[in-house]
Each structure stands twice: as C-alpha cells, then as structure tokens.
Ligand binder design. Structure first.
Ligand code: TRP
Length: 331
C-alpha cells in the first residue's frame, strides 16, 4: 500500500467544514492507504503558545479526530513531538535549504506580516520541518489543502536536492493528494463562501443541539422572492448547499420547489436543517465526550502511535545518517 502522511495543526475545535473537507477523507483513506496522521504541535510553537494551551488543544484535536472515525487499528495517529527523529532530519534538510527560497514562501511572508515582532527562525524553516515530517516516513502522498502547495513544492525540492547532493535515489518526491471526497466545500453561516473564516460562521462538532439550532436560526437570509425561479443569492445558495450535504434529496427538492414558487419559509427550512445537522453531529459529539473523558485511553493511543511512527522514522534516519557520512547509529 502507498504511504500517506498528513499533519494536523492543533488550532481550535473541528467544525463542519473540517469534517466534510479533510477529516472524512482521512477516514476513507485509512482503508486504501498506509496512513499516518499526526498532530503538528511543534509547528504550533511558531506563535509561542502557552504550555497549557498546547496540552489542551493537542488533547482536544486527538479526541475529535478519533471521534470522527480515525481508527488507530487502521492508521497510525501520533503527536509530532513524540518522534524526535524528525528533528535530526529537519537539521539535515535545513543545511540544504536556501534563505532565498524559504523567504519567498507566501505563508512565511503572510505570517511575518501578521507577527512583525516575532519573525522567528522556526517560522522561516516551517517548510523544512514539514518536509521532515513526511520524508522521515518516505511517504509518497500528502493530503493537504490548496494553501499548502508552496510548502509541498519545498518538500519536493528538499527530497530532490538531498538525492542530488548525495547521488542517491533515496527520498521519493511526495505528491499533493486530493482525495475525491475532499472536494466538498462547506459554506459559512454568515453568507460567506467558506466555513472557518471566522468563529461566527462555524458549527462545531462539539456544539450541543441548542447551540446548533440557534446558529442555524441566525444564518443570513433574504426576503422571500417575488419572481418565480429567481437566482439564489449566495447566502441562500449556502443554505441549499447545507441541505445537499445533510438532508434527504426529497427535503432538498421540496425547498427548491418552494423557492421557485416564491412560497419558501426560511423558518421551516432552518428548522429542518437544524434537525438534520443535530442528527449528524449528535453521535460525533457523544464520542468526543467519551474520548475526552478517558485520559488513559488517549494516552494509550498516543503512545502506541508514537511507537509505530518512531520505528518508521528511525529506520529512515539510520539510512540517512549513513548517506550523509555519519555512523548509522549513535555510538
Ligand atoms: N502545514 C500544515 C497545515 O498548516 C500542517 C502540517 C505540518 C502538515 N506538517 C505537515 C501537513 C506535513 C502535511 C504534511 O495545515
């Protein structure tokens, strides 16, 4: 089976956009690929988070991914900072990465603008750490969003350059991997095109039924159309996209017809949508609560994942050390 590796930034709770975008495709991928998913807690240090915030968000994200169906029996799930081998590879890759190319990465330039008082070296070498994350397992496929394409390009450069410098064909060049289901884009509730742009437009997987219902109630709408078969403005199109994803085809067809006949009652649509969302999110929320309240289980899963990830990385690092000219194992 082909090797797939992907990192998850531990930022906040998972929302519907994450779920129908990346997470569900990860869950499907576990069956067809040799998958490793890790929580990128080292990467989060570029913004100097408080230790307790790291601890809390790593635990949350682990519980939420497991609740969504990432299965430690099928995939390796681990926490980045548990595998110190990554850092050694990061060092070797940094020795062959040039200031110019790292400085041109858009995400770096953006971050540098956002935090002008903390343009640190970790931020600058974010792409080489990301390359080490993947190359340490010699993975060939990386499921990432569009915003990661430049980082992926740097990753391939790291692999290619290492191979060239040492005249080996050791690292494969990992490819961006858009899994079919990953294409689903969840709009925001505020009429914007994408959920996750702001807190106000998100439905979280940990939201309770009342919160979900309330958020749906507040979603932006327009007044009922007066012309039959009017074009839908974006905020209405968004609600129909939700129906598409969460409700039955009959329900969607019913409201389509009501819209076209200028008889639509957004109160009814929202009530239906809220019900359907609660039905989908309810069981996930329950599993989140179960995992979150079982520290021993989370600990066991993290430890097991770390062991397997370390074994994979250690093998690579032995070979890399030898290629670079060092003793393959520590003396
Ligand atoms: N940079 C990725 C993001 O922001 C997270 C990440 C870190 C990652 N290391 C990775 C993704 C390795 C894929 C592979 O989403």
């Amino acid at each position: 089976m082909e090797k797939v590796v992907s990192g998850i930034r531990p930022t906040g709770n998972l929302h519907l956009g994450n779920y129908f975008g990346a997470v569900k495709s990860f869950v499907k991928m576990q069956d067809d690929y040799d998958c490793m998913f890790f929580i990128a807690d080292w990467h989060s240090l570029t913004t100097q988070p408080k230790p307790e915030d790291i601890r809390r968000s790593v635990k949350t994200i682990l519980a939420e991914y497991l609740a969504c169906g990432i299965d430690p029996e099928k995939a390796v799930i681990y926490i980045q900072s548990d595998v110190r081998e990554t850092l050694e590879l990061y060092l070797y890759l940094n020795m062959n990465a040039y200031l110019g190319e790292l400085g041109r990465v858009t995400t770096f330039k953006e971050k540098a603008r956002q935090q002008p008082n903390n343009v640190n070296a970790g931020l600058f070498t974010y792409p080489t750490l990301m390359a080490a994350d993947v190359l340490q397992h010699r993975a060939v496929k990386v499921p990432v969003g569009k915003d990661q394409q430049q980082n992926m390009e740097m990753m391939r450069k790291c692999a290619r350059r290492f191979n060239n410098i040492y005249n080996v064909e050791y690292f494969p060049e990992p490819q961006d991997f858009t899994y079919a289901a990953q294409a689903v884009k969840i709009p925001g509730l505020d009429g914007s095109g994408k959920m996750g742009k702001s807190d106000g437009n998100c439905i979280y997987l940990c939201d309770d039924d009342a919160t979900i219902t309330n958020k749906v109630k507040k979603a932006l709408t327009v007044s009922t159309p007066t012309e039959p078969n009017s074009e839908k403005p974006e905020c209405i199109q968004n609600l129909f996209t939700f129906l598409d994803i969460c409700s039955s085809p009959e329900v969607k067809a019913f409201f389509e017809e009501q819209w076209n006949n200028c008889a639509i009652r957004f109160g009814d649509l929202k009530k239906q949508l809220a019900e359907d969302l609660c039905r989908i999110i309810g069981p996930i929320r329950e599993r989140i609560q179960q995992f979150s309240s079982d520290d021993a289980l989370l600990e066991r899963i993290a430890r097991d994942g770390a062991e397997r990830a370390r074994a994979s990385a250690a093998q690579t690092l032995r070979e890399v050390r030898e290629i670079v000219g060092f003793s393959p194992t520590q003396r």
